[in-house]
Design a protein around this ligand. Structure first.
Ligand SMILES: *[C@@H]1O[C@H](CO)[C@@H](O)[C@H](O)[C@H]1NC(C)=O
Ligand SMILES: *[C@@H]1O[C@H](CO)[C@@H](O)[C@H](O)[C@H]1NC(C)=O
Ligand SMILES: *[C@@H]1O[C@H](CO)[C@@H](O)[C@H](O)[C@H]1NC(C)=O
Length: 534
């Protein structure tokens, strides 16, 4: 079994660059020969406002040396749900950490669900890995709740109120006493701690390791009164990029706002707000510079310790961010592309260099990807396959159950922001279909309308909408293989494997007759009785 898995991974990964299926015959790595993983996980970094263009070391060490996934997504655009999906390999409706704070989210909800009984760190540890975490884990790690979850040898999270204060990081190691570092720039301290961990794991030659490095940048700073303000860069980066502006894509503060629900009623942003947005943007780019330097130092240290060649280095974030698109001021939590499409770049043994892959994938694909690369059998509970799986994912639901929180000074909460948004991406299609708790719908054909400017729900072929709605129904409460192969659960005979198969005219009557997905009401948490096909 292990041989088959490793074979698959190396064939797929290496096949791209080397075109060498012969590689497939090699032995699975012995436990001692297993690869290491270093994951750099930023907070709220956008893919679509070009932040990566301002990170030359990410380009040099990751983009040019590895493979970028251009269609990588979070399926719940806010930190806790997204980060939890990444480590447990499940969509938010299965782990049910759906919010930032108690009672429906945070570390408290994670603990109540005992999610650390069945997650990637534990699966790796069982195979002999030394797991290390430094930086932001999730909200709710606070001074009275620092107990480490299972699976880590070295768990050193940022502790509230030091998570979102760039100049006063607070840590606790393995649930021990808290340590504050007033006046020290958070990312730089995280770098120093990370280098020390690399030195420590390098001592144990036969032990493979996972090291997660998670600085808070470019997330907003949060003031003591709860106000969100733009992130604070390191002193040495304060004056960079004085002319940078949010890219003026067609969806930036558009004259025509063709949206549903609370987004429909957003007024045009004023000139003053646009100025604030551009300032916010520059602060994000500046704050990302220390992260970029961190990438360089980490790569150099791995190289110095002779670890780089056997290490997968991954750069990603928890969720995306909007600044001005669709007249949204600042924040995330909408199903719009800016909030959900995020960077994911990987380099390492057998991974193609300077490649961009466009098969869709999500944070729920992360554990299977790591396990495949490590040659470890995947558990059955995973909702998604590996990024490199030839049976590519075609669609997934973006799911959210809460109000929307607007950041950057004015802390507005927009109500009725619970939705399912289906993304379906293949060679031929790039579609978005959503059902909101207000009973409104949206449809964007993103090949024709990549900026989601024109909601075509009322003029789109009902045959297409019927199929997409059926997918939402299946995916909204799917588990494991049903999430991976949703068409097969609609067509048990296995004859339908893609939207194009399903669009055959012989299925029209079947899809027309299917009950449609709806929410009974707008709730701020996942209540299974409140949603489904009628
Ligand atoms: C999810 O958690 C909420 C509480 O936060 C609970 O009321 C709900 O029943 C849970 N949903 C499911 C489907 O387990
Ligand atoms: C990190 O380590 C370097 C070298 O030891 C030291 O000069 C620097 O002050 C440290 N920075 C922080 C933020 O701890
Ligand atoms: C960060 O912590 C320092 C030291 O406690 C404090 O002076 C400062 O006001 C804090 N900043 C924020 C944004 O909370």
């Amino acid at each position: 079994m292990k041989l088959a898995l490793v074979c698959l991974a190396s064939l797929l990964v290496a096949g791209q660059t080397l075109g060498a299926p012969g590689k497939c015959g090699r032995q699975p790595p012995a436990k001692q020969g297993r690869p290491n993983f270093v994951v750099i996980l930023t907070d709220d970094q956008d893919q679509l406002m070009n932040s990566l263009d301002y990170q030359p070391y990410v380009k040099r060490h990751l983009i040019d040396e590895g493979t970028s996934f251009s269609k990588y997504y979070t399926t719940s655009a806010t930190c806790c749900p997204s980060r939890v999906s990444m480590w447990v390999g499940q969509f938010a409706h299965n782990h049910n950490v759906t919010d930032e704070n108690r009672p429906h989210g945070s570390y408290y909800k994670f603990q109540a669900g005992h999610l650390d009984n069945n997650w990637l760190p534990l699966w790796l540890q069982e195979e002999g890995y030394s797991n290390n975490y430094i930086g932001k884990f999730i909200n709710g790690v606070d001074k009275s709740n620092t107990a480490a979850p299972k699976g880590w040898e070295h768990f050193e999270p940022l502790v509230s109120p030091g998570i979102y204060n760039f100049s006063n990081p607070i840590f606790s190691l393995n649930g021990g006493p808290i340590e504050s570092f007033p006046g020290v720039y958070q990312t730089d301290l995280i770098l120093n701690k990370s280098l020390a961990r690399i030195d420590a794991v390098a001592q144990k030659k036969d032990t493979p390791f996972l090291l997660v490095i998670s600085p808070t940048a470019p997330h907003d700073e949060i003031q003591e009164d709860g106000t969100f303000t733009p992130p604070v860069p390191a002193e040495r980066h304060r004056h960079l990029f004085p002319d940078a502006q949010v890219p003026r894509t067609p969806n930036f503060n558009p004259a025509v706002q063709d949206k549903v629900g609370w987004m429909r009623d957003l007024p045009l942003l004023s000139a003053l707000q646009v100025e604030e947005i551009d300032h916010h943007y520059r602060q994000r780019l500046r704050a990302l510079q220390a992260t970029d330097e961190l990438v360089d130092s980490v790569v150099k240290r791995l190289k110095d310790r002779d670890l780089l060649d056997n290490t997968y280095l991954i750069y990603t974030t928890d969720n995306g961010y909007h600044l001005g698109q669709h007249r949204l001021f600042a924040g995330k939590q909408t199903p719009m592309e800016n909030d959900i499409n995020i960077p994911f770049i990987i380099r390492g043994p057998g991974i193609g260099k300077k490649l961009v892959k466009s098969n869709p994938a999500t944070h729920s694909h992360f554990p299977a990807t790591v396990l495949d690369l490590a040659g470890i059998k995947r558990p059955a509970t995973l909702d998604a396959t590996s990024l490199f799986d030839p049976a590519h994912t075609e669609s997934f639901n973006v799911e959210f159950w809460n109000n929307q929180f607007t950041e950057g000074g004015s802390t507005v909460r927009h109500k009725q922001n619970s939705y399912k948004a289906l993304r379906l991406i293949s060679q031929k299609h790039n579609l978005y279909y959503s059902v909101w708790c207000t009973h409104e719908h949206e449809f964007y054909d993103m090949k024709a309308d990549p900026h989601q400017l024109s909601n075509k729900y009322s003029t789109t072929d009902q045959r297409v909408l019927d199929r997409l709605d059926a997918l939402v129904t299946v995916l909204h409460d799917c588990k494991a293989d049903v999430c991976k192969f949703p068409w097969q659960s609609i067509h048990k005979d296995g004859q339908v494997k893609s939207l194009d198969d399903a669009l055959e005219a012989k299925y029209d009557a079947f899809y027309r007759a299917l009950p449609k997905f709806r929410f009974k009401s707008c709730k701020v948490y996942y209540d299974a009785d409140n949603e489904g096909a009628e």
